[in-house]
Write a protein that binds this ligand. Sequence first.
Ligand code: FE2
Length: 245
Amino acid sequence: MLFLSKKEVPFKEIVPKGYVDIHSHLLPGIDDGVQTVYQSAYILEQFSKSGIKKVITTPHVLQDVWPNTTDTITRIHSDLLPVLKTLDITELEFKASAEYMMDDLFYQRVKEKDIIALHDNYILVEMSTFSAPMNLTEILFEIKLAGYIPILAHPERYTFYKNDLKKYEELKESGFLFQLNLLSLSGYYGEAIRGFSLKLINHNLIDFTGSDVHNYQQLNVLEKGFSPKVAQKAQAIMKNNAVFS
Ligand SMILES: [Fe+2]
């Protein structure tokens, strides 16, 4: 009799060759992510050991809490590069962009084109987990006018949409691409979000993936991996991140 193991497939066995992680909080001390250079280097080293080839880290830019500027992000990133070299973390390419909350500050920055793109014209944006911005259409108009392609971070976590696939189809038709958090597939944010993540994948609504790792605890959860069935689905969509290499 065929025995199907339910044991989890470790993350490092799932990571496609050349994988690029496009969402994390690994610049020390500028948001709710890592707070020290050591934490940053440790997580990047573990990412590298897992087979991740490139990390484009994305500190929050959020008007009322972390109004990080292009200069701050660029400077802290530059300061970290020689540290990684000294520690021999050289297999991994390390870049910095941002996760932009679609608030008034972002609206201004888009108009001024004061944005650090993820890669080419792609930018990573998010909404509050309580509600969509009132002026979402207007913001999207400015994003497109400035020539950017918006990738909406963790669509599976906007529970105010009540898992209504129609809302998500509308967002996609309006021009957003979707980036799923791999931690959502681990059940890190709860079973409901895990289930809805699989639904979004099954409806072919997910374009890209990201770790969204902020700390050691999340790194540990990610490294445990997924059940074989979920691992297969995750790996298939993770291959799409090749566009960022
Ligand atoms: Fe994030």
